[in-house]
Design a protein around this ligand. Structure first.
Ligand code: KG4
Ligand code: ZN
Length: 330
């Protein structure tokens, strides 16, 4: 089995993992959350500088934890698109440098391809033929996954991504950042729409979350100190999870697929996972999701996609660069 070192640095996490085939030997992450807290969002220049500081120690930590030497590696993978160009460049330059010095291939991985194939950690034999919901801080997409590199975009958001909606609403409710996990924690024990919040009426495979944050802003100013934050958090969670579940199931049935998968930071949400699973069971569909720690950005998912690509001889040339935006790969 090929030994692969994988790096993820597309936003505010510097992460490295070592895989032997699809077996994750170690997965380490250095988060910049505390660094960016004071500015209220990720500052690209600061993120890139922090990646430069973190990347060597994190790679060495990963290799040590896996008990693997540089000389044993068969390939090195790094996220090269989409994301913050300065942040991506740090991981990609590091990967290319190692590739040249060790004389092994490098593999540039599309970040969303990493999220799609993160479910391999739950089922080593997953090979596609599934409707995949990708829900993260920057993306909300329904992708028909036929096989590695064979993807069809079935639907996406018109405006905010699901994770962005969680984060913005969390901020409006005065909850700690990132809002997704804070809203989930506050909502614990409550369910349903306890305060009436809108679910956008858009196309059958489209999402829209920008109206939700306006409604939450109005709710917060109307209720003032009377606002029950726990009930409001449950209502927000319901307004985001409900359309994600309904439309993913409908898309799978419409495309005659018998498997639903989910990836991206929002797929760590327990309400989303349990409702998707329940609806899949009700419709006789298989449901696959990654372990919670592989839902938010990490390098193991990049390694899983890279391991598949490497096994099919799909490696990158040194001229392959980073990109801020990019469609799913072939
Ligand atoms: O995939 P990810 O780590 O980064 C991007 O590629 O964007 O996703 C981050 C997003 C954030 O918006 C975060 O609030 C959300 O995932 N998230 C959650 C949960 N954990 C992370 N949203 C809802 N519930 C969670 N438990
Ligand atoms: Zn992500």
């Amino acid at each position: 089995m090929a030994l692969i070192l994988a790096i993820e640095s597309s936003c505010d996490e510097t992460a490295a993992a070592v895989l032997e085939g699809s077996n994750i030997k170690c997965n380490v992450i250095s988060s910049q959350i505390d660094l960016h807290k004071k500015w209220g969002g990720v500052v690209p220049e600061a993120a890139a500088r922090a990646h430069v500081e973190a990347i060597s120690p994190i790679v060495i930590e990963a290799l040590d934890a896996a008990n693997v030497q540089f000389s044993q590696l068969d390939a090195i993978a790094a996220t090269n698109r989409p994301g913050l160009v300065g942040s991506l460049s740090v991981g990609v330059a590091f990967a290319k440098g190692l590739s040249i010095s060790l004389n092994i291939p490098w593999i540039g991985i599309h970040h969303l391809e990493g999220h799609i194939w993160s479910v391999l950690a739950s089922d080593l034999h997953f090979s596609g033929n599934a409707m995949c919901l990708i829900a993260s801080g920057g993306h909300t997409e329904l992708v028909r996954v036929n096989s590695l590199g064979d993807y069809e975009l079935i639907g996406s958001t018109r405006d905010d991504a699901a994770g962005e909606a969680f984060d913005k609403c969390g901020r409006l409710l005065g909850l700690p950042s990132p809002g997704g996990v804070s809203i989930q924690n506050e909502a614990s024990g409550y369910s349903g729409s306890l305060y009436p919040l809108p679910i956008a009426k858009v196309g059958p495979t489209e999402f829209s979350f920008s109206g939700l944050k306006t409604a939450v802003l109005q709710l917060v100013s109307k209720e003032g100190t009377q606002l029950d934050v726990k009930k409001a958090a449950a209502s927000v969670q319901n307004a985001i999870v409900e359309p994600l579940v309904t439309k993913t199931i409908q898309a799978a049935l419409h495309c005659c697929l018998d498997c639903v998968t989910v990836g991206g930071g929002v797929s760590a949400n327990l309400e989303l996972r349990s409702r998707l699973e329940a609806e899949c069971n009700r419709h006789g569909l298989r449901f696959l999701c990654a372990p919670i720690e592989l839902c938010t950005d990490n390098a193991a998912m990049i390694g899983l996609a890279a391991s598949l690509r490497f096994s099919q001889g799909k490696v990158s040339s040194l001229s392959e660069d980073v990109a801020a935006n990019s469609p799913l790969p072939r």
